[in-house]
Design a protein around this ligand. Structure first.
Ligand code: PEP
Ligand code: MN
Length: 369
């Protein structure tokens, strides 16, 4: 899809080199100096090197908590005086970039609602020119690989080489067990396009509930992701944003100890599990199958109209026998069993008859009027 050859820095050069994977954790939002102090204390004992905390919160509906803004940047700057910890926060405009950098924020990220907008991404990219701050780019809210790649390219093109992608899942109208459907194959395709780009999973925004964070994190690690960004809070039930998905700080060490970190080999850039790749191909083929079935249905409808106009019966025994014979032979030539092809065609034919009968009846009703 993209012919850009991207060479970004190894995350260990700007993350915590000793971590088995790049770990970023912390509250969804910076809420108070006490909350941040609690998190930083805890992370120091766990050895977490990068703490996340949102200060400008992109909320779906107005009148929700929108972050503490500059006030929170000051708390974070103060925290860095007391702890050996790097701080990451979300930026959604050039003004945010400027304010975050002037308060010593170490890592910036573009949120899902920013990545969707190439104008904003470009403005942010322009404001990053000449800086050396690491930047993480979350996937856009919609499952659009091109948009995600495009945002990453815009940031890379201004000279940012401390760069990583964050997979936080994709919004969907359909209800599912996830808050944001992971659709893993999109992230996997991103990684195959930009093999040197670190890929981090944000299980919190994918899962939307704390009981699933372990499972989603493990899946990402098993797929060879380079890191995790996990929301944790001293008292999640009282969190001002994303209360359901934040892990209580006290349980976070336990969660980490349950994770199996699998070390990747250096030649593993295309790391992707074979199974996921094959499944992705199956998904594409199935989409084509459905497409072809829908084209077939359109023809069936035309035939139905034609038969009605010419007063011909829906079911034509000769034609059916001919279909069954020829398709069985075509299938055989491709190594598909008679039984398999015949059972598929029985069901395809049944549906044709149903559709055509419906057309006949509809037309008859019209005539009656
Ligand atoms: C967040 O990280 O708290 C956040 C708002 O994330 P996203 O942009 O993935 O929704
Ligand atoms: Mn959040």
């Amino acid at each position: 899809m993209s012919d850009l050859i991207m060479t970004v820095d190894d995350w260990r050069s700007w993350g915590n080199a000793n971590d088995p994977a790049m770990l970023i954790a912390g509250p969804c939002s910076a809420e108070s100096p006490e909350q941040l102090l609690d998190v930083a204390n805890h992370f120091t004992s766990l050895g977490i090197g990068i703490m996340r905390a949102g200060v400008w919160k992109p909320r779906t509906r107005p009148n929700s908590f929108e972050g503490k803004g500059i006030e929170a940047l000051k708390w974070l700057a103060e925290l860095k005086n007391q702890f050996q910890i790097k701080i990451a926060t979300e930026v959604a405009s050039p003004a945010h970039v400027e304010q975050a950098l002037s308060h010593g924020i170490d890592v910036l990220w573009l949120g899902a609602r920013t990545t969707v907008n190439p104008f904003t991404v470009q403005e942010i990219a322009n404001s990053l020119r000449g800086t050396s701050v690491p930047v993480l780019v979350k996937n856009p809210i919609n499952p659009d690989l091109g948009l995600w790649q495009g945002a990453i390219e815009r940031i890379y093109n201004v000279g940012v080489t401390k760069l990583a992608a964050v997979h936080r899942g994709f919004s969907s109208y359909q209800k599912s067990k996830f808050r944001n459907s992971p659709t893993w194959q999109i992230a996997i395709e991103l990684k195959s396009t930009f093999p040197s780009l670190p890929l981090i999973c944000d299980p919190s925004h994918i899962a939307g509930q704390r009981s699933m964070i372990l499972e989603v994190s493990q899946k990402a690690l098993d797929l060879g992701y380079d890191g995790l960004m996990i929301e944790t809070h001293p008292d999640p039930d009282r969190a001002l944003s994303d209360a359901d998905q934040q892990i209580p700080l006290q349980e976070f060490g336990d969660l980490l100890s349950q994770l199996r970190f699998t070390r990747k080999h250096s030649n593993d850039a295309l790391f992707i599990s074979q199974l996921e790749q094959l499944r992705e191909k199956i998904d594409h083929i199935d989409q084509e199958l459905i497409e072809v079935l829908s084209l077939r249905k359109q023809l069936i409808e035309k035939i139905g109209e034609y038969k009605k106009e010419n007063n011909v019966t829906v079911f034509q025994l000769e034609r059916w026998n001919e279909i069954l014979q020829s398709r069985t032979a075509w299938g055989e030539a491709k190594g598909l069993s008679d039984q398999y092809i015949q059972s598929i065609y029985r069901s395809v034919h049944d549906e044709s008859i149903r559709i055509q009968t419906e057309i006949m009846n509809k037309e008859t009703e019209k005539k009656k009027e």
